[in-house]
Design a binder for this molecule. Structure first.
Ligand SMILES: Cc1cn([C@H]2C[C@H](O)[C@@H](COP(=O)(O)OP(=O)(O)O[C@H]3O[C@@H](C)C(=O)[C@@H](O)[C@H]3O)O2)c(=O)[nH]c1=O
Length: 177
């Protein structure tokens, strides 16, 4: 696996190194020792799947507050999505910074997201499924969110014919500027 750092400290793109032969390919998608060698989380307590019927489905931007911060390892197992990570912590040197990574079933990239950062995605194809490994349990009372179009973040989402967003995700208050 290749661990590629990003402009948001602590966020990594994890790329598999496929071994191809006549049958297809084989690739490691997670290795405890390699993650530990990079100082990354190796203690996953929950795995989630997120299926999205339509292209243009946007979920996020979500995180859990202390002491329930979640590290997330997110990959796309069907279709394609633009995965977005933002820093919603006003006391952070990278407050309001965001990055986007295209994750697809074909490129098999995973995105490693440290606790406390906001995560969301927009699907780029119908029938897109994401698979998450999570370092902490779901605690609904600790759920926090930033709106997809929060001016403090200014995320450049891809254009699409129709964006599908849950009412809760449209109701998050503005982050301070
Ligand atoms: C996240 C989560 C939700 N649920 C329930 C609550 C609700 O009834 C239903 C759907 O939940 P949501 O609407 O919050 O699902 P969703 O909007 O897909 O939430 C996810 O969004 C992306 C961007 C993330 O980063 C994830 O960590 C998670 O927050 O599933 C669980 O039971 N366990 C969980 O871990």
């Amino acid at each position: 696996m290749r661990f590629l750092s990003t402009e948001l400290p602590g966020v990594f793109v994890v790329e598999p190194e496929p071994r191809a032969d006549d049958r297809g390919l084989f690739a490691r998608t997670y290795c405890r020792d390699e993650f530990a060698a990079h100082g990354l989380c190796i203690d996953w307590v929950q795995c989630n799947v997120s299926f999205n019927t339509k292209a243009g489905t946007l979920r996020g931007m979500h995180w859990q507050s202390a002491p329930h911060e979640e590290v997330k390892l997110v990959r796309c197992t069907s279709g394609a999505a633009l995965d977005v990570i933002a820093d919603p912590r006003p006391d952070s040197p990278t407050y309001r910074k965001w990055i986007a990574v295209e994750i697809t079933a074909e490129n098999r990239r995973a995105v490693y997201i440290p606790g406390g950062l906001a995560h969301g995605f927009q699907t780029l194809a119908d029938g897109t499924e994401l698979f998450y490994q999570m370092s902490a349990f779901y605690v609904p009372d600790a759920a926090r969110g930033a709106r997809w179009d929060d001016p403090a973040l200014g995320i450049a989402w891809p254009a699409c014919a129709q964006r599908i967003i849950a009412p809760r995700d449209l109701s998050f208050p503005d982050l301070p500027i």
